[in-house]
Structures are given as C-alpha cells and as structure tokens.
Design a protein around this ligand. Structure first.
Ligand code: EPU
Length: 302
C-alpha cells in the first residue's frame, strides 16, 4: 500500500515518522521473502496514538514489524503499511539488577551488554535473532529458559484503549511461545530483572548454548527459525525428520537437512512456495501421526 496523499506525508513528517516508500519485506526479514509496501519508521513512542489515528481515519491498515526473524510475508504489494520503531541510543540502561530496554534493541546485543555487567539468566537466548520487542510478544525461549520469566514491566501501545499503557509483569501471562498481549498491541519498552552472575560464568553458558545451536540448526541459511510449535510432549522436528522429509522442496523453499523444523529459503523462494511446503509437511504429519501442527512462524498476508 502506498501513501500518496501529500497532506498525510506532511503530517508524518511533523510526527517525526520516516516514510520509506515501497520497502521490500524480503530485505527486512530473515527468510528473505515478502512483497513491498510503505514502511513507517517511528522515532518517538509518544507519536503512536496520533499516527495510528491518522492511519485509521484514512482507512489504512497497518502491521508492526520487529526484527523480521520469525515472519513469513506474502508476495506482491501488501494491503497495508508496516510500522517499525527506530532504535534509540542508548537502548539499554541498567539500574542495579534492572535492565530498562527499548523494544527495538537487538536481543543478542542486549544479552551481551547485560552479561558484561554481570547480569545473566538469558544465556539460552543468545543465538535467537530479532528484537527485544519481538522476543517479548512471542515469549521467545530456548534451552529451558524464556524471556517472560524476567519481565517486571512492559510499556506498550494498546490499540484497544488507543493509548500508551504500562503493564506489570504479573498482569501478563507468558506461556510456551504465547503471551496475553493482543495481536495489535505494540511493545515499546520493557524492564527486566536479571540475576547477578559473574561475566565469566555467563560466558561459559553462552558458549555451551552457541555450540548446541551450531550443531543442530542451519545458522548460515535464510530461515525464520522453527516453522511449527512443538505439540505438547512431542517434537515437530523429530516427526518431520522421521518421515524422511529433510530436503523436501517446493521451488527454493526447502526443509533443512540439518533441522527438520527449519524451512530455508535456498535461493529465490516465494511466499507461495514456502506456504505450500508448510501445508504439505503439515498434511503429512497429520496423516502419519494424527497431530495437527500449529505455526510458530507468524504469517502476514498469506
Ligand atoms: N530432532 C530430530 N531431527 C531433527 C530435529 C530434531 O530428530 O531434524 C530431535 C532432536 O534430536 C531432539 C528433539 O528432536 O531429540 C528436539 O530437537 P531440538 O533439541 O533441536 O529442539 P526443538 O524442540 O526442535 C526447540 C525450539 C527451538 C530452540 C530449541 C533449543 C520450538 C518449536 N523450537 O527446538 O526454538 O532453539 O528447542 O531450545 O519450540 C524457534 O523458536 O524458532 C526455535 C528454533
């Protein structure tokens, strides 16, 4: 969707929102798949209520983009615009055991920064690509830990109340790859309470997790991490592997040879290719195991 109205363009500039016309979502996602639309980059959290009422008044649908690392975007021109926060400097401020983190901060860099200041707990998440905001809304987890355990406070834009709100940790439920945030809530910043731990010890944990990840996941390839959630008590990757589906392809969309729950873009895969590979694998797992796999990857405009 393109913003052509000069009045709207002028109002965006007043709100200090950068308009990038015709941005390619393929260039903004780790899968390297997705069509084009206008990208609005937000420098001031406080401009969100006005920005969203401007978009709503003009009947322009919108979606929030974090780091684009768990996202499959449809091909062609998107039917709405995409909003993304600009990362401020600094994006992490420490106060004792509390880390005040902007949602646009890079997750891995935030964990490393805290580690250097003897704050640990999140070693398992070190190789997970994406922003802190994205990790928060999905409750990203790995190697027995999840970000939700450390959340004390979240500042967010709530579409339901059309305003910026602060939620305390106990008001949010964090489950396996799921949170109680509404789909149209936008994460703005978070306060994490992290346990004190000497840097050397944190580094050791980080090395172990990195090693495990390197040996089991296709890190150098374009992917969105795991495609399906693990069903309770079972593993999607193991089932897909047992069915002999590693290497199964539709165009350049391919089930990874290294980890069967990672589907990679081995060249110029389209969203159509990837979606048909996902549907095919889901159908085979359903037929053979009687299990209906749920997407872990977020899909836009399929
Ligand atoms: N397995 C296979 N073949 C495969 C892949 C896995 O047999 O191709 C087996 C493994 O040998 C193991 C079991 O399946 O016995 C589980 O595999 P793994 O330890 O790799 O973990 P996972 O359940 O597949 C989950 C998360 C990952 C996270 C890892 C490490 C989900 C959907 N996936 O994977 O998260 O990195 O544990 O904690 O919860 C993601 O969220 O995108 C993601 C990659």
């Amino acid at each position: 969707m393109r913003i052509t109205d000069r009045g709207i363009v002028a109002q965006l500039a007043e709100m200090r929102v950068d308009l990038q016309a015709g941005a390619s979502l393929a260039g903004l996602t780790s899968l390297g798949i997705g069509g084009t639309t206008d990208l609005l980059r937000i420098k001031k959290h406080e401009s969100l209520p006005d920005l969203l009422s401007l978009l709503e008044t003009n009947h322009m649908p919108y979606k929030f983009l974090g780091g684009g690392s768990n996202l499959l975007v449809g091909d062609g021109e998107l039917p709405g615009v995409v909003l993304q926060l600009v990362r401020p400097e600094p994006d992490v401020v420490l106060d004792g055991n509390f880390a005040h983190v902007d949602a646009a901060a890079d997750l891995g860099r935030m964990i490393t920064f805290c580690a250097k200041n003897d704050l640990g707990g999140m070693e398992g998440l070190i190789g997970v690509p994406g922003t802190v905001g994205g990790a928060l809304r999905m409750n990203a987890g790995a190697y027995g830990m999840q970000i939700g355990s450390y959340v004390r406070e979240v500042k967010l834009y709530r579409a339901a109340s059309r305003g910026i709100e602060i939620l305390r940790g106990h008001q949010i439920s964090f489950e396996y790859r799921h949170t109680s945030f509404a789909p149209d809530d936008m994460m703005l910043s978070v306060i994490l309470e992290l346990p004190s731990k000497p840097f050397k010890l944190i580094l050791e944990g980080i090395r172990i997790c990195n090693e495990k990840r390197r040996s089991s996941q296709p890190l150098g390839q374009k992917s969105a991490g795991c495609i399906f959630k693990n069903p309770p008590g079972s593993s999607a990757g193991r089932m897909i592997d047992e069915l002999g589906l590693k290497g199964l392809s539709v165009g350049d969309a391919r089930v990874s040879d290294r980890h069967a729950n990672f589907f990679v873009n081995a060249g110029r895969a389209s969203a159509k290719d990837m979606l048909s590979l996902i549907a095919d694998v889901r159908e085979r797992v359903q037929r053979n195991y009687g299990v209906s796999l749920e997407n872990e990857v977020v899909v836009w405009n399929a």
